[in-house]
Design a protein around this ligand. Structure first.
Ligand code: SF4
Length: 343
């Protein structure tokens, strides 16, 4: 079903003015840095408890960097990441050392490639149990075994096969092992980074359904990073569209897919294949390449490729504003542009 609507409105994660900049080493004397790549620049959004937020955009737009910054796999340059946990608010961006390690049980990652992300020398039982052992769970081997069996069953793995090694499993089964490993410690939040991109379409559908069932069963929230909008449509409650390190549009999935208000979202949607051409968006061809985030364009970053760009777009950064209820856009002319479908 396109655009599930979430009844629960409790916040889980607030991302406020997140910046992740990487220094660029110059070729001058002593290799002194001469600039920065603004991989993520002033990004703000909220993820609710039990929600799936889809994060879409072209390669190099900063999707993975945002996911890793929230998980603190890398340190943000600036901004706040607040995690709401049992009535407390934890500043994830400020966690360090053992406090950060302990906090990792609440947030996990499912990788893209189920072949490369499993250690071929470990049994499936040991792979799934590894996070519990790293987090120092002290229940003993019997308790860990019981938890591994429980999560393996939830992930539709045959518990008789836990002594086998990863090579004995298909791509879809391996991704279910990765999901079990991510969920075994009971996280509240999981980043799915292109987690079905390496799988056949029929297997993708099974994994998407499994992720949704696990969300219903456990209340986990997902940040679902993908370049394939048709996959995001199947699982996300809301969608954020990223362009050159900034979110340009965010709304409930149905609103983004049926009524985009930013020309870049419109262009992405026009490239999605459909079996109902009469209901598709008119094709949009974007000129040029995605700009270099070390030298982003002035004003609206999309003005170099936008078919509706005017002089104001080159000079003035568009404000992030709520154009319709819960529908946020960064475009000077949002709501006034002819971003229509055929028919
Ligand atoms: Fe296009 Fe201007 Fe809107 Fe940017 S602000 S998306 S350039 S119309």
């Amino acid at each position: 079903m396109l655009g599930q609507v979430l009844a629960d409105n409790r916040p889980l994660i607030d991302v406020d003015n997140l910046k992740v900049h990487f220094p660029v080493r110059g070729k001058g004397l002593f290799g002194v840095g001469t600039g920065v790549v603004k991989a993520v620049d002033e990004v703000s959004f909220r993820i609710r408890a039990g929600e799936t937020v889809g994060l879409v955009g072209e390669s190099g737009s900063g999707k993975t960097t945002i996911g890793r910054a929230i998980l603190r796999a890398l340190t943000p340059t600036a901004g706040e990441i607040r995690f709401h946990l049992d009535g407390d608010v934890v500043r994830v961006d400020q966690l360090r050392g053992r406090a950060l390690t302990r906090f990792r049980r609440h947030m996990q990652l499912i990788f893209q490639d189920p072949y490369a992300s499993l250690n071929p020398r470990m049994t499936v039982r040991d792979i799934i149990a590894e996070p519990l052992e790293c987090l120092g769970d002290t229940g003993g081997r019997a308790a860990i075994d019981e938890r591994v069996r429980e999560i393996a069953e939830l992930c539709r793995l045959n518990v008789e096969h836990l002594r086998r090694f990863p090579h004995a499993f298909s791509g879809g089964q391996r991704q279910r092992i990765c999901i079990a490993r991510a969920l075994v410690a009971g996280p509240k939040f999981v980043v799915c980074d292109e987690s079905v991109a390496a799988l056949d379409v029929s297997i993708q559908a099974g994994i998407i359904n499994l992720l949704k069932d696990l969300q219903d069963a456990t209340g986990v929230a997902y940040l679902f990073i993908a370049h394939d909008l048709s996959v995001v449509a199947q699982i996300a409650h809301r969608v954020a569209v990223l362009y050159v390190g900034q979110v340009v549009e965010m709304a409930e999935t149905r609103d983004v897919f049926f009524g985009p208000l930013h020309p870049y979202t419109h262009a992405l949607l026009s490239a999605v294949p459909t079996i109902e051409p009469e209901s598709a968006f008119a094709p949009v061809t974007l000129a040029g390449e995605i700009p270099n985030p070390a030298r982003p364009p002035s004003g609206c970053r999309f003005h170099t490729r936008c078919p509706y760009a005017e002089a104001r777009c080159r000079a003035e950064v568009p404000q992030w504003r709520e154009v319709a209820p819960e529908h946020f856009v960064a475009c000077h002319f949002a709501g006034e542009l002819p971003l229509a479908r055929h028919g």
